[in-house]
Design a protein around this ligand. Sequence first.
Ligand SMILES: Nc1ncnc2c1ncn2[C@@H]1O[C@H](COP(=O)(O)OP(=O)(O)OP(=O)(O)O)[C@@H](O)[C@H]1O
Ligand SMILES: [Mg+2]
Length: 300
Amino acid sequence: MAVTPVALPPGVLSVHALPADHHDGPWDHIVTPPGVKERLLNHALLTLLHGPALATMAGLPHGLIILSGPPGTGKTSLARGLAQTAARAVAKRGATTYVEIDPHAFPSELLGESQRNITRLMTDTIPELAARRPHTVVLVDEVESFAVSRSAASFGANPVDVHRATDALLAGIDAVATDLPRVLFLATTNFADAVDEAFVSRADLVLTLPLPDKATIARIIRHSLLELAVLWSGTAALAHDDGLHAKLADACAGMDGRRVRKLVLSALALRQEVTRDPNALTADDLVAAVDYLTPGAEND
Ligand SMILES: Nc1ncnc2c1ncn2[C@@H]1O[C@H](COP(=O)(O)OP(=O)(O)OP(=O)(O)O)[C@@H](O)[C@H]1O
Ligand SMILES: [Mg+2]
């Protein structure tokens, strides 16, 4: 539940108290290679549990995790799921405030405005939110529009402003790491080269989520079919047909996870008999539907 549905501070999309049951889901829905989720969770726990102790060491942690990778590989979902899972893991010590930042709220036409807004976010808003509960997780989605690389060639209209805004963000991250060592930032980007190098260098963990391999695609398909079988039990056999999943995964090679998730939808829309009663879905429908997942394929 949103804590304050109206009058959120500028640049803040939402504020939630975690753990909350309705935030379960994304962590389990995103299929990753073995070990990825554990590594993410361990890094989050280091900040939430031991941030103050670790902050006394040279080369202090910045409490920053970056998830990078192509569009549709589950970065945002995994970041949201991580917030909930980490909040559950530390719940005995108290609740977690989960904040989503709107990176598109900051670029501004006015010279100096972005810098002022980012400074306000980092020096006023986040400390105020962090004071509410023992733990705080801040999601900065699509951070490339926020921490623009100062060495990249094109800045658009206002290069000086971009520099100052990025500088303000870096100074803010450093200040929060020192003063509020239990605040964890999660940043996502599908354009790692556009993210400022000094920002990336501050990350305690940079995790790249690549396009899913065939084994992962097969697991995503299986997961989608299992969900479908809960809704229409007549499709249950499809969810347990490993051979079918492997065949579909071969045909879907190179697609991102979001695209692969559309396979079931595409198959349900292929024949109106199936659209009206999904229990009638067949393996052949699924195989035929793969062609419709690639843009323009229906024109071939
Ligand atoms: N590895 C995966 N396993 C299962 N589902 C996935 C996976 N990757 C993506 N998906 C599906 O795609 C949807 C979109 O994922 P999400 O928005 O988290 O991707 P993203 O990487 O943040 O994309 P973008 O870069 O476009 O913002 C998810 O809700 C999920 O259903
Ligand atoms: Mg995303």
